[in-house]
Design a protein around this ligand. Structure first.
Ligand SMILES: [Zn+2]
Length: 244
């Protein structure tokens, strides 16, 4: 029975190695969370600046179109003015031309202001683009490191799994079934009794049961958590050890 316990502990050791590797794999992406956040923020800033620039370009095209319209209107008025002989009608035309001229002046002012904004925002777009590229490079480099580490861990897991298959094959099938049932629900299915308490759930084990475990006729379970129990002296000596 001691031999079986040792085999179970070897199996447990490799299962722990697999669990540890899986936990590492889960945690690794957190290492690039800050870089990802900075990259996403830089991307948003760049996209927003680009959108502002596009809006300004649209406003500029709108003013240009209006200027074309008003310019054409002015040309028509000027052409008609030459044909007018009536003084009152002439005055009305002059007034209308003044109005159009004011509209043109306002549109030209607006265009100048928009052009100035376009210049400013174009610089911002270039800056944001640079920031975005920098953060993307940093993130991608860090991400590549994490991916590489994940790949190494995956290889380790493959090795551990192969070890597990070997080790499980050496365990008594009935005992293995009990172990597998426990390990499906909790870690450390095999625990030592320390000072009369279960090493898994830390509840006291009845002295009678402790004696039975020591006699080692068969592997007993903790009455509280159902883990498989042993006393340290049963397995004194070397375990094979899982590779890390
Ligand atoms: Zn227990």
């Amino acid at each position: 029975m001691q031999e079986q316990l040792r085999l179970l502990l070897d199996l447990q050791e490799v299962d722990e190695a697999i669990t540890g590797a899986r936990l590492k794999q889960k945690k690794l992406p957190e290492q690039v969370a800050a870089e990802l956040a900075a990259f996403t923020e830089a991307e948003t800033g760049f996209v927003e600046a680009e959108r502002t620039l596009a809006e300004l370009e649209a406003a500029r095209r709108d003013r240009e179109a209006q200027l074309d319209d008003q310019g054409a209107h002015m040309q028509r008025l000027k052409a008609r003015l030459k044909e007018i002989t009536n003084t009152r009608e002439y005055q009305a035309y002059i007034q209308e031309m003044d109005g159009v001229q004011r509209a043109i002046g306002k549109l030209e002012e607006e265009t100048l202001s928009i052009l100035a904004d376009i210049e400013t925002i174009s610089e911002q777009v270039a800056e944001r683009r640079k920031e975005f590229d920098t953060h993307r490079e940093v993130y991608e480099a860090e991400r590549a490191k994490v991916d590489e580490a994940l790949g190494h861990i995956e290889k380790d897991v493959e090795t551990f799994k192969a070890q597990r298959t070997e080790r499980a094959a050496r365990v008594d099938p009935t005992l293995l079934k009990r172990y597998e049932r426990i390990v499906a629900g909790m870690r450390h299915p095999v625990v030592a009794i320390n000072d009369g308490a279960c090493g898994g759930c830390h509840m006291n084990i009845p002295p009678q049961l402790v004696s039975e475990v020591k006699r080692a006729g068969r592997v007993h379970e903790c009455p509280h958590c159902q883990r498989l129990l042993y006393v340290p002296e049963q397995v004194a000596g070397q375990t094979t050890g899982a590779g890390h």
